[in-house]
Design a protein. Structure first.
Length: 573
């Protein structure tokens, strides 16, 4: 007996539909699979046309056949309702094995008499709504039990297959992103060229998200502006180094609020500023912008522009990851650059110290030793010619020797004041003043203000070095008659001051030299003050009668005492 003769045409159609569906499993392109699946639905359920929406993480709409305007409008209305339903907190609307459906009569055209029936049913994935199926059927169309069974089977099968393909695509995409992130990580640790690093980051951002352009803006806190540090795209070269206010544009909003923004249509967003487009000729349609943050502080904005299918949450996640990596890399590059500049300044300062030490030895101690050597030769000749004159010459040699000893002690004291380490700042200043009085032509005055507190070793050493530098400047340039060293405290601050009545100078011109790295004395004092969180001010005048210079260091008393204990209870109060 031939069993195939007992199979009805409907059952034969169902078997054919099952066979055709199995062939869909080999498709890995979501759009292609859904298009072929809709053709299968239209053919298997004997419809005239159809529409299918998959509302997963990506939204895909496909159409089959001719859809009149009223039919398309009704289908769009149903599809939008399903999208809202599915996207609402990703609500899971569970479905039974037999998919519910409706048959909705509708006029095929405005003002016409031709009617159709719209068969509408949900698309199911993991027994929950993931889209909608709409088939355009003849006016007398009815869906029997076998048709309902086939519709349920195809709804579940197509929905589950669509979700599987989408997840596979997302997995492949994330693997590709991980590979790109690895490349970025390699680039970040292999170069400290900040400009090249930023440009590579922009190219990577556009590549990963498939955007038409990207740009990176860094915050200029002093001017409250954003600077285009790097840009990728057809007009990228025109953007570099341009500036915009932090109070304008989508990027400015992101920088001020520290929050990411997705703008799918910039023409509908009041935050968008078209001025940059006007300057470059680039037409911005959509923007995804995220803040670049480091330790809770926004240092810049990373943005990508004009993605064909629009930006989504996955793009936001990727760009936030890129921004976090780039922020760390930029900070590292800045630190490396700062360390290199600091190294160069230290080397320059060391060279200046060597030159100063050489000058002092040559002009002071070496000259005295040469004079003593010549004096000894002279004494030898006097012993033969005028023995009585030897005693006077020996006295002169004695004075020269003592002066050489004072100069040497002064030099050793300036290089490493042991009393500073053993007894503290005020005793070191007193000893320093005593030696200055013995070796300098100007009068030196010390007013310690009754200060009798133990400072931290770093603070004391730094303050002493600043005083030394100020005194050296007076010695070399001021031709002063008097020099005053003062100390004092207020409720909050410690104050140290060095004042002279010599030749003043133009502070503005000297600051200019300081900015250019030429004034090492001021540079040393300012940098040392910054190390202990102090503030250094300089007042000077070249005009009589207020001629002279005042160097004042102020720092918080609490920081000055951080590593030491107060000896004077009145100061503690």
């Amino acid at each position: 007996m031939n069993h195939q003769e007992n199979i009805s045409p409907r059952e034969t159609a169902e078997l054919s539909a099952f066979t055709d569906f199995v062939e869909l499993v080999t498709d890995q392109d979501l759009n292609k699979m859904l298009s072929e699946a809709l053709s299968l639905l239209v053919r298997s359920l004997e419809a005239d046309a159809g529409a299918l929406l998959y509302a997963g993480q990506t939204k895909v709409r496909v159409r089959q056949g001719t859809l009149a305007e009223p039919v398309e409008a009704q289908i769009r209305q149903w599809e939008e309702a399903v999208i809202r339903q599915v996207d609402k907190q990703r609500q899971r609307i569970h479905l039974p094995a037999a998919i519910p459906f409706t048959l909705h009569p509708l006029l095929a055209s405005k003002g016409g008499t031709e009617k159709v029936k719209l068969l509408n049913a949900p698309l199911s994935s993991q027994a929950r709504v993931s889209g909608t199926i709409t088939l355009v059927c003849p006016p007398g169309y009815e869906l029997g039990s076998s048709g309902h069974r086939l519709l349920s089977y195809l709804s579940h099968g197509i929905g589950n297959l669509a979700e599987l393909i989408e997840n596979l695509s997302l997995t492949q995409q994330r693997l590709s992103q991980l590979s790109l992130f690895y490349q970025l990580g390699q680039a970040l640790v292999s170069t400290f060229d900040l400009s090249q690093l930023l440009q590579d980051t922009m190219a990577l951002a556009a590549s990963v998200i498939k955007a038409a352009a990207s740009s990176l803006l860094l915050v200029d806190e002093k001017r409250q502006e954003l600077v285009f540090a790097a840009a990728y795209g057809s007009k990228g070269a025109l953007l570099r180094r341009q500036r915009i206010s932090m109070n304008e544009g989508v990027a400015g909003w992101v920088a001020r609020h520290g929050e990411p923004v997705i703008v799918q249509d910039v023409s509908r967003d009041t935050r968008f500023n078209p001025d940059v487009d006007a300057r470059t000729g680039f037409l911005t349609r959509s923007i995804l912008a995220v803040p670049m943050q480091l330790r809770g502080k926004t240092i810049g904005v990373l943005e990508v522009l004009n993605k064909e299918e629009g930006f989504d949450e996955e793009d936001l996640r990727v760009l936030l990851t890129l921004a976090a990596e780039a922020a760390i890399a930029i900070e590292n590059a800045r630190l490396i650059r700062s360390l290199r500049e600091e190294r160069d300044r230290i080397l320059s300062a060391q060279e200046e110290v060597r030159r100063e030490l050489n000058r002092k030895l040559h002009d002071g101690t070496v000259q005295f030793l040469a004079a003593i050597a010549m004096g000894i030769d002279h004494v030898e000749r006097l012993l033969e010619l005028k023995p009585d004159a030897v005693y006077a010459e020996l006295e002169a040699l004695r004075k020269l020797t003592r002066q050489a000893m004072r100069e040497s002690r002064m030099l050793l004291f300036e290089l490493r004041p042991v009393v500073l380490e053993s007894q503290g700042l005020v005793p070191a200043l007193r000893r320093y003043v005593e030696q200055l009085r013995q070796s300098e032509t100007f009068h030196v005055h010390l007013d310690d203000g009754g200060f009798d507190a133990s400072l931290g070793s770093q603070v004391a050493g730094t303050i002493f070095a600043i005083v030394q530098e100020a005194v050296n400047n007076t010695r070399k340039h001021a031709k002063a008659r008097n020099l005053w060293i003062r100390m004092g405290t207020s409720a909050d601050d410690l104050m140290v001051q060095v004042e002279d009545d010599g030749l003043g100078f133009d502070v503005g011109a000297m600051d200019q030299d300081y900015e250019e790295g030429n004034s090492f004395g001021l540079l040393n004092m300012r940098e040392r003050a910054a190390l202990i969180e102090g503030e250094l001010s300089i007042e000077s005048s070249e005009v009589m009668p207020d001629q002279g210079t005042i160097v004042t260091l102020r720092m918080p008393l609490s920081l000055a005492m951080a590593n030491g204990q107060l000896q004077n209870p009145e100061i503690a109060e």
